[in-house]
Design a protein around this ligand. Structure first.
Ligand code: GUN
Length: 292
């Protein structure tokens, strides 16, 4: 079994990005600028955004954090998005999700100029991704693809089972794993209503678990030599931790790991790669790589 070290890989890629930014700036170019919009005080969102801002520093980007209380109206948030769309100094921006219930998330996502949509959530980017055109690709699937590529894990012709069908992970992951240019795999998507979920997993060469149910994938669901990618990051109460919780993956790591050829840990697997991919997208936005 080989442990996939997402933390080390993210550190290495951020160093590559920082080097490129240095060159850009030395040649008189502009430092990429990422803006993060954070509404309210959700613990998970606070941590993610803090880590995104830190990653910007590590990459040599300019970053700005815009905070709002959770009583902000939809109209006010749309005005903020509009301002960022028009701000020539801003290369890319994200609105951290989830948003409070009174705000229509999809409306906000669709209001973002897709040229600056470094999350890759806008329907234009989602559509272009699904037909293999240059675009911003959602950070978690992009991070997983990078891990698979850099660990030289063969995906072409393999059976890949994706657990979960979210817009952010499951759906784009399935699209990318099936496409010739990326995964070139035979893809099955399973979800909470899949009658044959366990059987599908047992047949899989690659399992990508993104259902948000701690310890869902057990050893009896995994065939010998499989590659297991764990996207789960559920906060579960843990009195032994200073924070009072720990991050728990979707995979029962201790019993599944011995059966795997490769496996990602939680934390330190997919999570750091997600942030790293957001940095890649921001660099691409600064360079106008996908859209002129
Ligand atoms: N909430 C959970 N993951 C993400 C993400 O990748 N981007 C944004 N904007 N919100 C999230």
């Amino acid at each position: 079994m080989k442990l996939i070290d997402g933390k080390a890989m993210a550190t290495a890629i951020k160093a590559e990005i920082a080097e490129e930014v240095k060159q850009i700036v030395a040649n008189g170019g502009k430092q990429p600028h990422l803006v993060a919009v954070l509404v309210g005080h959700d613990g998970g969102s606070e941590t993610y955004v803090k880590n995104k801002v830190l990653a910007c520093e590590q990459c040599g980007f300019k970053s700005t954090l815009i905070r709002y209380e959770d009583n902000i109206t939809e109209v006010e948030l749309l005005a903020c998005v509009d301002k960022l769309n028009k701000d020539g100094d801003v290369d890319g921006f994200i609105v951290q999700l989830p948003l409070p219930k009174h705000i229509d998330e999809q409306k906000i996502v669709e209001a973002i100029d897709y040229h600056k949509d470094v999350d890759g959530f806008h329907p234009v980017n989602v559509g272009r991704m699904s037909i293999g055109l240059p675009c911003f690709i959602s950070a978690t699937p992009l991070g997983i693809l990078t891990l698979l590529q850099r660990y030289h894990i063969e995906t072409s012709g393999k059976k890949c089972v994706i657990l979960g069908r979210s817009n952010i992970v499951g759906k784009p992951m399935a699209q990318l794993m099936m496409q010739k240019h990326y995964g070139d795999a035979t893809v099955t998507v399973c979800h909470s209503h899949s009658a044959t979920l366990k059987e599908e997993c047992r047949e899989a060469d690659i399992i990508i678990a993104a259902i948000g149910r701690p310890d869902f994938v057990t050893a009896d669901m995994v065939k010998d030599g499989a590659v297991v990618i764990d996207v789960g990051t559920t906060r579960v109460p843990d009195a032994t931790r200073k924070s009072g919780f720990r991050l728990n993956g979707d995979v029962k790591f201790d019993e599944v790991a011995p059966k795997c050829s490769f496996i990602t840990p939680v934390p330190g697997g997919v999570g750091p790669m997600t942030i790293c991919s957001l940095m890649k997208n921001t660099l691409a936005a600064g360079k106008k790589e996908f859209y002129k």
